[in-house]
Design a protein around this ligand. Sequence first.
Ligand code: MN
Length: 716
Amino acid sequence: MIRLYDILDAITGYNPNADCEPIKAAYRFADRSHQGQTRRSGEPYLVHPVEVAGILAQMRMDVPSIVAGILHDTVEDTVATLEEVEQLFGAEVRRLVDGVTKLGKIKFRTSEEKQAENFRKMIMAMAQDIRVILIKLADRLHNMRTLSYLAEPRRVDIAQETMDIYAPIANRLGIQQLKVELEDLAFRHIKPDVYQAIAEQVERERRERERFMEEVRTIVERKMHDVNITCEIKGRHKHLYSIYRKMEAQNIPFNEVHDLIAFRLIVSTLSQCYEALGVLHSLWKPVPGRFKDYIAMPKQNNYQSLHTTVVGPSGERCEFQIRTREMHDIAERWISAHWKYKEGRQIEDKDELKFKWVRQLLEWQRELNEPTEFLDTIKLDLFADDIYIFTPRGDLRELPRGSTPIDFAYEIHTDVGHSCVGARVNGKIVPIKNPLRSGDTVEILTGKVKRPNKDWMQFVRTSRAKAKIRQFLRQEERDQAEGIGRELLEKAGARYGWTANKLAKSDGMERYLQAHNYRDMPTLFVSIGYGKLSPEEVVVAVLPKEDLVEREPAKVSPIARMVQKITGRARPPVRISGISDMLVTFGKCCNPVPGDHIIGFVTRGRGVSIHVVDCPRILGSDPDRHVTVEWDTAAGVARVAKVKVTCVDRPGLLANMTEAITSIGVNITQATARTSSEQKAVNIFDLEIRDVTQLRHVIQSLEKVKGVIAVERLRT
Ligand code: MN
């Protein structure tokens, strides 16, 4: 059990100017507050906060964090109040204690949505003051160390939560030691049998392995000494959970897991890292594909090291990590290695950079609306491994494993992402959904049109790309709704001789917007466009009574139409590009394809449905809900059209027809054939076509096939 004085010693060790009085005062305060309380283990409660403070001291945290660590359970579990804490220890400590208390109330193992919301709160807390999370992590670590005293099922719940949330966060923050211990402790309670089995195996061969470690150490030390590299070498056993993960991932039994031992070489200078690597590789054969240069390419959390695996003496694989003392300090306690020990001073600007990740999270969170969306986004970032991609100029970008050229494009710039049409990877053109591999050089090809494809959502991996695509699509949908709304209001107003412009400028409209909480006209248009609000209702409410007399609907004069054409004002509200099929559906009754003359019908709440102008369904519908639409030729979206072919019934004809279709470059998605009376056959083809022109070509080509009697396009 750690004592107060051990903690004070540790603190003055790394922070000689630390004022330890508040820590002693906090100890007395906590002692008094927790008086009479015990933990499940039977120990006095005070043991817990003191252990937590000890862990924080090990992490080299500042004095306020350690004070807050000692006090972290007083407000929640005793009669002490936040006001008292502030009075005695100041506003900063109060904030930290309050943060930790609130964080403690977040339960992650609830329904998915709630979980997402809670996770969001956690991220918020983290962004406000990262120390809150670090104190919480220390608290969780000590609770995990004493978890055995807790009863099921709470025990397993806490272990699972630790595995799912806290260990990944520790990993992301680069606090390796903490991550490793949390994982092993959680593993032990989540899968006790497997844990026991692996632990026993490891124990059985421990002696032997330690002898082996000693052997490797001696050899390496001697060799390094020969070339004048002073180094410190340490062997360690792989942690149990990582052994288990390896067994699971590769589906192998324990005795086939080879690199159970890892060595760490700490040298004096950066160039010695590479020299030492050379020495190792001359001693033992390196395992191909296992060398990683995290010095030239540091991880996102600033981790630096050289990693390599060699086939050591007696054929055993050993992993080596080579780094300088400074890199080691950062790896072991990333956050605190950058801590500034000047009382009352905030983290400096350059350290702010290191919290880039947290700030990014916040940014995305603002862009995304749904809490579950947010959780998906975060999970992705917490758990994915990273790959490294080069720009054509040789700059390096870090992306999660499985990222595609699209992800990379968005990483460069949002506009590059939006206008990406292809990619050259290592000089070769590849499909934009192909996953990239570490070390690839990627050049993004962009087109003139800035518009992401909805399908990209299926394969992009980075949260950034997802958020940007979603944002764009949402905005586009909104723009469309706005155009539709404007046109509908225009029509409703025309019946009383009012234009939408005149309506917008009227006093009545000003009153209407205010009374119904619309920020401005565009918001009102959007509401009408989505079918949430009837344009007739608006007109009736806005117009002065004397004007509420219906007139003949004003026809747009040919001159007005020409003016519109020249000024470009009457741009159709809906352009069919196949992107926003949330808002646009195609009528099943007439199945329009690009090139057909079409018209849109605004449904209530289900967006616009597109029909051919002479579709009987559209002819019988309310003309006030019609909107102008046009095909977006730039989008190049394929549609399926049905073609019916009547022909004589003879063998081989089907093959001839198929050839007639595919020779034009048209895909057949489905074909049915049946024989009718009089030796005739009827074939129906579903064809993937670009537009009506292409469809016409197919029909002509089919008509030329010998034996074909009639070809016609089917509407349904
Ligand atoms: Mn606690």
